[in-house]
Design a protein around this ligand. Structure first.
Ligand code: HNI
Length: 141
């Protein structure tokens, strides 16, 4: 459950990320593919070399979707409903992978925001990304 303070920190932190969607998204994906190579199996049709057009394009889409979630913090299930269907029914991504990508996204935010990424902001993003992951995985039940 996100508190009013969490929501404020997420919105504040996202202001920084939103102007670097493509870079941050691509970096998070490369980190995921490098640290957890098993995640590459979902992208056999992609050129997975760092900086490829597909990685950048996909990174931008993922961060854009998170930006949409940030705008709908009180209504995540509805805001992410189509993506939830896509990941469960079409892509069939094993839900364990959401945690892996979430961790990589946090590393990217922390690495780029430095001191601004306070422990409180970290905790707020941790809750937010867990909530997003829960929605993306809820259709598997
Ligand atoms: Ni995910 C497509 C968002 C986690 C594998 N994913 C998308 C799209 C968005 C998106 C947006 C593009 C939809 C469209 O084109 O209509 N994905 C997200 C978000 C998260 C996430 C917000 C979690 C934070 N996806 C994951 C994970 C995996 C994953 C953890 C697998 C490891 N996603 C995919 C694949 C596609 C995809 C595969 C299709 C890519 C393509 O273009 O073919």
């Amino acid at each position: 459950m996100l508190t009013a303070e969490d929501k404020k920190l997420i919105q504040q932190g996202w202001e920084k990320a939103s102007s670097h969607q493509e870079d941050f998204g691509a970096e998070a994906l490369i980190r995921m593919f490098t640290a957890y190579p098993q995640t590459k199996t979902y992208f056999p049709h992609f050129d997975l070399s760092p900086g490829s057009d597909q990685i950048r394009g996909h990174g931008k889409k993922v961060l854009n979707a998170l930006g949409n979630a940030v705008k709908n913090l009180d209504n995540l299930s509805q805001a992410l409903s189509e993506l939830s269907n896509l990941h469960a029914y079409n892509l069939r991504v094993d839900p364990v992978n959401f945690k892996l990508l979430s961790q990589c996204i946090q590393v990217v935010l922390a690495a780029h925001m430095g001191k601004e990424y306070t422990p409180e902001m970290h905790a707020a993003f941790d809750k937010f990304l867990s909530a997003v992951s829960a929605v993306l995985a809820e259709k598997y039940r």
